[in-house]
Design a protein around this ligand. Sequence first.
Ligand SMILES: [Zn+2]
Length: 327
Amino acid sequence: MTVFEELKIRSCPVCFDSSENASLFFEERLDTARLDSFSFASRKTPEFMSYRLFRCAACRTVYAAAAPPPDALAVAYSNAAYDSAEEAILAADTYEAVLQPVIASLPQGARALETGAGTGVFLERLRAAGVAEVVGVEPSKAAIEAADAKIRPFIHEGIFTEEEFAPESFDLICCFQTLEHVPAPKELTESCLRLLRPGGVLAFVTHDYTAPINRLLGRRSPIIDIKHSQLFCRPSLDKLLASAGFVAEKIIPLANRYPLNYWLRLSPLPAPIKRVTLRALALLGFGALRIEINVGNLVAIGRNASPVEGRVDARGFRNGFRRGHAP
Ligand SMILES: [Zn+2]
């Protein structure tokens, strides 16, 4: 069975506004003969296939009005091949840098969860930064097999479900480049709120379909892809976090910090020019120079701002109020 055999009609997956109110964003372009195990891999050569995409009039999320059902997606992601180890490491550098203030402010004995953990590179970073307990959830068998033996035991194989974890048991939940892939992003965000302790942080990294690079590339942007059932922008992430009960603390463009020779390899330059330039960079010793480029991603930080039950601060105040004086 392919994921295309049973597409389900749906409303906006963030605000549930009907697709009848939405405007057409891109027409469908599917070629099932070209599907392979890399089609649902996290990083891959672009195929330029997409569902029929709509843009929600209410929250501006772009979404496939007919998307594969959750069980078909689960099978596709379970069997997805795993590709670039190098990019996973470079991406973890970027995420670690942007989340440094959040990680530094985590309490003693903090617990962190990553949904779509891949090979667990970021989980390793969290442990190295002093996070007491880390858990990853990852559907791709191939990604887990490629994980370092030290971190593999901390990665649960499968699709993230709230029931697997105790309520209010995490201080940080990370979901990087995964929200586009899930069948129900609003439900996932609400689950995260319930799994976070009061004061806990949810961190998303998503593509931004309104970013200049993605507008420029249009249909040829790698974000227009069958593994993306929805695409976000700042207003849609704001709506997603707020409507799930989070306080959106930050939604900002994410600059990826990659070595110059890596950027060059990603670039659309012809192969002979790339080869010559890469050789020149190596000779000059500039290849490893880290360069920040905004390639059209967003980082969104939401906080569970619900009051801490029964927490009494040093002044004897409960939840910031003197006993009996709470509003
Ligand atoms: Zn919407």
